[in-house]
Design a binder for this molecule. Structure first.
Ligand SMILES: [Zn+2]
Length: 140
C-alpha cells in the first residue's frame, strides 16, 4: 500500500495528471459532440437508408428483432459502434496533431543551437561570440 501511494505521488508530480485531466475534459466534450452527431445526423441517415419506421411514422435506426422471446435492440448497438468509431477517429487525429506539434518544437530546438564550445577552454559560449568570455581567446 505504501509503495502504491509512493508510485501515485510520483505519477501525480510528473505533471501527467494535469495532461490526463485536460484529456478527460476534452474527451467528455467531444463525447457530447459525437453523441449529438450520431443521434441527429447518422441515425436518421442510417434509418433513411434502411427505410425503417416506427409506429408514429418516424424513422428508427436498425430496430429490434426477437429471438425465442428475447428482444435484441441492434439499432442501439449500431449507434454505439458508430459513436465509438467516430470518437476513436477524433482521438487519433488529436493525438497525431499533438505529436506533430511536439516534434516540430523539438526539431527547432535541435537544429538551431544557441551556444557553441570554446576550443581553448571548453566552456559554453554564445553561438555568435568571437571572443570567449571565460578565457578571452579569439574564436573563429
Ligand atoms: Zn574559452
Amino acid at each position: 500500500m505504501k509503495k502504491f501511494v509512493a508510485e501515485f505521488k510520483e505519477f501525480a508530480l510528473k505533471g501527467n495528471v494535469m495532461d490526463l485531466a485536460v484529456g478527460v475534459i476534452i474527451g467528455a466534450a467531444f463525447q457530447n459532440i459525437v453523441t449529438a452527431l450520431t443521434s441527429d445526423f447518422i441515425t436518421p441517415l442510417f434509418a433513411a437508408l434502411t427505410g425503417k419506421t416506427d409506429e408514429n411514422g418516424g424513422i428508427v435506426i436498425g430496430g429490434t428483432f426477437t429471438f425465442r422471446g428475447a428482444t435484441f435492440n441492434y439499432g442501439d448497438f449500431i449507434s454505439s459502434i458508430v459513436n465509438f468509431v467516430i470518437m476513436a477517429f477524433i482521438l487519433f487525429l488529436l493525438i497525431k496533431g499533438t505529436n506533430r506539434l511536439m516534434s516540430v518544437g523539438k526539431k527547432k530546438e535541435n537544429t538551431t543551437p544557441t551556444t557553441k564550445m570554446c576550443p581553448f577552454c571548453r566552456s559554453e559560449v554564445h553561438i555568435e561570440a568571437t571572443k570567449c568570455p571565460h578565457c578571452t581567446s579569439t574564436i573563429e
